[in-house]
Structure formats: C-alpha cells, structure tokens
Design a protein. Structure first.
Length: 326
C-alpha cells in the first residue's frame, strides 16, 4: 500500500468537483494507454485499489505523479485545466516535482538536524549490513558515544562476509578540529584521539581481526561518514568550520546511480585516499605499522606540531582573539 501523502490541487480550499475532475482525467489517460487499473498499478508500484482511489477521489501521491509523468502524462493539461486557479496549482506542483526529482537523483533519503537523529534512523541498516562498512572521520569517538552503535556494528561483524575499513585523519591534526569546534582545551587532543582510535579499533578486531582494516590519511578531515556497501546507504555528516559536527545537519543517502551523493562522497572522501597513491598527498594513507615507521608520517606530524605551536603562540601573544581557540 502506498502511504505517501496525497497532493491536493488547491490546498484546503480545493472542492470535491475539482478533485473528481482530476480523477476523471487520470482514468482517461489510463485508457489511452490501453491499460487496466491492475496494469497501471504494476507500473506505478502500488496496489490496484490505490489506482481506483486516485481515479475516484483525484488524490494522487507525489511518487505516483512522477511515475505518471514518466509514462507520458502531460502535466500542463492535466493540472491546469485551463483556468487561472488551475494554472497556479500546475506551476506549484511542477516546481515541487522538479525538486522531488532532484532530491531523488541525489539519493537523499533523510535530512536530519544533527548526527544523533540520523544515527537513530541509520542504526538498523548498520546492524543488518552483510558486505562492507567504510567509515571515515577524525576519530571513532563520535560514533561509539552513541550507545546503539557499538552493538550494531558488532552484530554486523558476526556475519563472516562483513568487512570494515576505517579511514581517519592523522591525530596530529586533531587540534584543528578542537579549535573549529570551539573546545576550551586544545592541548592533549592528539593523544586523546590516538587513544580513542586504538581503543575502538582493537575492540572491533576482537570480533573480526582479519576483517577490520584501519588507515590514516595525511590531510584535514572533511566529513564523518559511514558507507554500507551491501545496503547501499550512507550516513554523511559534513564537517563545519565553526561548530561541532555532531550538532550539524546530517544526511542519510542511498546509492541510486553514478551522480548521486553516495558515490561521489565515497569516491572523493574515502576511496581516493584509501587507494594509497604514493605520488599524491591527497591520495596518501598509511596503515598503523606505516604510521610508526614511514618517514613521511613523521615529517607530517612534525609539521603539524610546529603549526600548532605557532598558532598557540599567536593566541598567547594576543594576535588571535581568545574566541578563536575557546
């Protein structure tokens, strides 16, 4: 049964006669296609009684309206019916249809005010993932602080086909996130992040050591994202410059095609760096062993440390306002 809310032609003031006229036009369109109600229902992916209701009441949900449009329904004549009121409704509905189509093509399933709200919707997808989980961010703290996350990812790892890849920003850049999120304590953030990464990574390895991989990328953080390859759904929480990411807009998106957000974000914010192209800093990532022994990692950490010390010195000297680091 299709439960999408119906689109009414002229809000609460639309009379029954107008709606019945739309239903009659829908019936004539169906007959012009030489289709029964049952055949049209199959094309619209609804039940036959839904088509019957649309033709009787003239109330058509947005998803069915889009499908009818793809079958050749002329929205101009279907909605306007030649009067001024109908033309206004036509323009409003066509504008809404264009917006709805763009949202669908981007793969946006939900827009949440913050990460916690998004995780509440996402957690069931995570629990039932049976292929691969790709995680990217600054650390794993923001996920493991949400109580249902730990049991959900452990449940997913109980399946022998589930693998986890974790791509995190080098801890030496942790102080940048601390500053942009407005934390009052910047010193020690690198150690805090390193400890959190180690703790949560080792915990996951207990349940599936040979199926959990972790790499560190030598570039600033861009998003906190969790991509589920099997379920083809992802949680995307873009990092901001002025506030904690967990309190900002977070998206649930689906993989619906080449140009959708899922594929673009997975390629640009995860796969490019995970591929470990040593010829490009943008694509360079290191395993935990390499992080300890690779001279590039040490050089990067030294540069980050020097930058942090210079930044803090400017703050102490008053060159930067206290609010910049508080």
């Amino acid at each position: 049964m299709n439960n999408d809310r119906p689109v009414r032609r002229a809000s609460d003031q639309t009379d029954t006669a107008d709606r019945k006229r739309i239903g009659e036009l829908l019936r004539k369109f169906r007959e012009s296609l030489d289709m029964s109600q049952r055949e049209l229902a199959e094309r619209l992916k609804v039940d036959q009684q839904d088509v019957s209701r649309m033709e009787t009441t003239g109330e058509i949900d947005m998803k069915s309206l889009l499908a009818l449009r793809s079958l050749g329904l002329d929205m101009n004549s279907f909605l306007s019916q030649g009067d001024e009121k109908g033309t206004l409704v036509r323009d409003q509905v066509l504008s809404t249809l264009d917006l709805f189509r763009n949202i669908y093509q981007a793969g946006i399933q939900e827009v949440n005010a913050n990460r916690i709200d998004a995780l509440e919707s996402f957690i069931e997808h995570l629990r039932n993932e049976r292929d691969r989980i790709d995680i990217t961010g600054t650390s794993l703290q923001g996920l493991f602080r949400f109580p249902p996350f730990r049991p959900a990812i452990i449940e997913a790892l109980k399946n022998p086909t589930t693998h986890v890849r974790i791509l995190l920003t080098h801890p030496a850049l942790g102080f940048i996130r601390a500053i942009t999120e407005g934390r009052r304590r910047v010193d020690g953030v690198e150690a805090e992040i390193s400890e959190a990464i180690s703790e949560h990574y080792q915990e996951l390895c207990v349940h599936a050591k040979d199926r959990v991989q972790l790499r560190v990328v030598l570039s600033p953080p861009t998003i906190m994202g969790v991509f589920l390859r099997g379920r083809r759904v992802a949680l995307l929480n873009p990092y901001t410059c002025t506030s904690p990411a967990y309190s900002t807009t977070t998206f649930l998106v689906r993989d619906v095609g080449d140009s959708c957000m899922y594929r673009k974000y997975h390629h640009d914010h995860f796969e490019e760096a995970w591929s470990n192209d040593a010829t490009s800093w943008r694509r360079l990532s290191l395993s935990l062993d390499e992080l300890q022994n690779d001279p590039r990692a040490k050089a990067f950490a030294d540069c980050a440390k020097s930058f942090r010390e210079s930044f803090m010195l400017l703050a102490i000297q008053g060159e930067l306002r206290p609010s910049s680091i508080a």
